[in-house]
Design a protein around this ligand. Structure first.
Ligand code: AMP
Length: 171
């Protein structure tokens, strides 16, 4: 399956100069979507995770079916204020300002092998903060996998864990 042909390019979104890689068209095509999930599952299977973590919100789309395919549970990594109960937070710097990610406290056993999944890695800021948050709660982060890596931004090198990707595009 040629996954690339199912990913739509939208120039100048969300702001001028950004070429946005839109997975909506991939999700719409039953065969392509199934192939993408199979590809992502294959990328992470040998890490033998106990849990698959997805980053809100497009990461959830991939982490959920991959976790089912691998027979693991799933962890939701969410933007601030979305999770009920006691949470653990991690703030990180953005180009302008900062942002905060949260996970539920007490659901991930210390030492659990967790793999992180998201749709796309650009600078790696979001994914790196997620790795740090998972490590903060005692998880052993086995690696991170992305459908798309934007090359040349140093994102993968910044992660501190092994990174795998299905597709690589120029930034
Ligand atoms: P970053 O923290 O810079 O790695 O940004 C990662 C997040 O921003 C990903 O979860 C993507 O959903 C989104 N993103 C960044 N750049 C793009 C792009 N060119 N096309 C689509 N999504 C993007």
């Amino acid at each position: 399956m040629d996954l690339d042909s199912h990913i739509r390019r939208i120039p100048d979104f969300p702001k001028p100069g950004i070429l946005f890689y839109d997975i909506s068209t991939l999700l719409h095509n039953a065969a392509a979507w199934a192939a993408a999930v199979e590809r992502m599952s294959g990328l992470v299977a040998d890490w033998k995770p106990d849990l698959v973590a997805g980053i809100e919100s497009r990461g959830f789309l991939f982490a959920a079916p991959v976790s089912i395919a691998l027979g693991t549970g799933m962890v939701m990594v969410r933007k601030v204020g979305k999770l009920p109960g006691t949470v653990v937070s991690h703030s990180y710097d953005l180009e302008y300002g900062s942002d905060t990610l949260q996970v539920s406290d007490g659901l991930v056993p210390r030492g659990a092998r967790v793999v992180l999944i998201d749709d796309l890695i650009a600078t790696g800021g979001t994914a790196r903060a997620t790795v740090q948050l998972l490590q903060k709660i005692g998880a052993a982060v086995a690696g991170a996998a992305f459908l798309i890596e934007l090359d040349g931004l140093g994102g993968a090198a910044r992660m501190g864990v092994e990174v795998r990707r299905a597709l690589t595009y120029p930034a």
